[in-house]
Design a binder for this molecule. Structure first.
Ligand SMILES: *[C@@H]1O[C@H](CO)[C@@H](O)[C@H](O)[C@H]1NC(C)=O
Ligand SMILES: *[C@@H]1O[C@H](CO)[C@@H](O)[C@H](O)[C@H]1NC(C)=O
Ligand SMILES: *[C@@H]1O[C@H](CO)[C@@H](O)[C@H](O)[C@H]1NC(C)=O
Ligand SMILES: *[C@@H]1O[C@H](CO)[C@@H](O)[C@H](O)[C@H]1NC(C)=O
Ligand SMILES: *[C@@H]1O[C@H](CO)[C@@H](O)[C@H](O)[C@H]1NC(C)=O
Ligand SMILES: *[C@@H]1O[C@H](CO)[C@@H](O)[C@H](O)[C@H]1NC(C)=O
Ligand SMILES: *[C@@H]1O[C@H](CO)[C@@H](O)[C@H](O)[C@H]1NC(C)=O
Length: 276
């Protein structure tokens, strides 16, 4: 119910503000939780928990709280294992990256994530409830950066909210960078558009640094996020780092979250074998 209300509100809001076509959900992320591994629980931070009998209720709570992942205990597990005092639905701020380093064996729970296929790169950074991001530190032009983001199942990051601009600016600072390309672009001197095709005019938040955007949009056609939480326009052909936002997806192929965890071990075993 609440969810539907939110959706309706956002449609209404966007219709009012729209100068050109705005999609219903401009966000890169979709709200589907994919089963990652049965009998596993993630120990990543919990936003909230509840005692639900149905997975759907748990998923709905997750969506409402913008959870990137959930631990859910199905009814079958209750009779078999002691769940006294445990909540059946744990809604998580972050999702596991490749390796599943915060996952533990726990027969009472199944772990679900919005990132199923591919599993986010091991060096992705989670911004709680916002998403998983990856910084391309290599300085290159926008099209090269875009291509590299795509290669890790990402897109140049969306910065069109205060929360996004603030937390991604922190990410830039944390990586000891000054600026990075983000997912806003002007084509042919038009207004700015997100990578999902939404006009910047569809949202009201702005963080332009004084002097930006330049009048010559055909030349200053890309946008950099600065570590001081502002947006600056720059030519797309110039070289800068880029922040990629991992696009959620599935279905998940069982075991693939542990792929990188297993590989080094296998290699070590092989080496040991050779030594003997
Ligand atoms: C189940 O776990 C609770 C809390 O950990 C404990 O108090 C209780 O004795 C356990 N019950 C059984 C049947 O093991
Ligand atoms: C949640 O429900 C289960 C099953 O009825 C129960 O064993 C458990 O104690 C409940 N948890 C809490 C925190 O109330
Ligand atoms: C979980 O248990 C299985 C089977 O006992 C074991 O093979 C696996 O390594 C365990 N995983 C973790 C993360 O402890
Ligand atoms: C992840 O980052 C670490 C530290 O910067 C680096 O050593 C490692 O090679 C990276 N892993 C991958 C798979 O890129
Ligand atoms: C895509 O990434 C893989 C490894 O993650 C790398 O081997 C490959 O060269 C990359 N492709 C391009 C076109 O950058
Ligand atoms: C951009 O402008 C050029 C020349 O004015 C035109 O040929 C091209 O079709 C335009 N592209 C788009 C996407 O509007
Ligand atoms: C971006 O860089 C690549 C490789 O350096 C180059 O081939 C391409 O023409 C550049 N694109 C733009 C728009 O500058």
């Amino acid at each position: 119910m609440f969810l539907l209300l939110l959706l309706l509100l956002s449609i209404d809001y966007k219709t009012v503000n729209a100068k050109s076509e705005c999609s219903v959900d401009g966000q890169v992320r979709s709200p589907k939780y994919h089963l990652i591994e049965k009998c596993y629980r993630s120990k990543l931070g919990i936003v909230t928990k509840a005692n639900f009998t149905s997975l759907t209720s748990c998923q709905r709570l997750g969506f409402e709280k913008k959870a990137l992942a959930i631990n859910f205990s199905p009814q079958e597990a209750w009779s078999e294992y002691n769940v006294t005092g445990r909540y059946t639905c744990e809604v998580l701020k972050c999702a596991e990256a490749d390796g599943g380093l915060s996952m533990v064996n726990d027969s009472r729970y199944d772990y679900y994530s919005i990132y199923g296929k591919p599993v986010p790169h091991v060096n992705s950074t989670c911004v709680p409830t916002l998403g998983m991001f990856y910084i391309l530190t290599k300085k290159q032009n926008y099209s090269q950066g875009f291509r590299d983001c795509k290669n890790i199942s990402g897109l140049p990051a969306d910065v069109t909210s205060e929360q996004r601009t603030d937390s991604l600016a922190q990410l830039i600072a944390g990586a000891s960078l000054e600026v990075a390309f983000v997912g806003l672009r002007s084509k042919n001197g038009s207004g700015f558009f997100s990578v999902t095709g939404d006009a910047l005019d569809c949202t009201t938040y702005r963080a332009w640094q004084p002097g930006s955007p330049r009048k010559a949009r055909d030349k200053y056609d890309c946008v950099l996020l600065t570590r001081s939480r502002t947006w600056v326009t720059t030519p797309c052909k110039k070289n800068y780092p880029m922040i990629c936002e991992i696009v959620p997806g599935g279905p998940y192929k069982r075991g693939s979250i542990f792929a990188s965890r297993m590989k080094p071990e296998t290699n070590m075993e092989n080496k040991n074998d050779e030594e003997f």
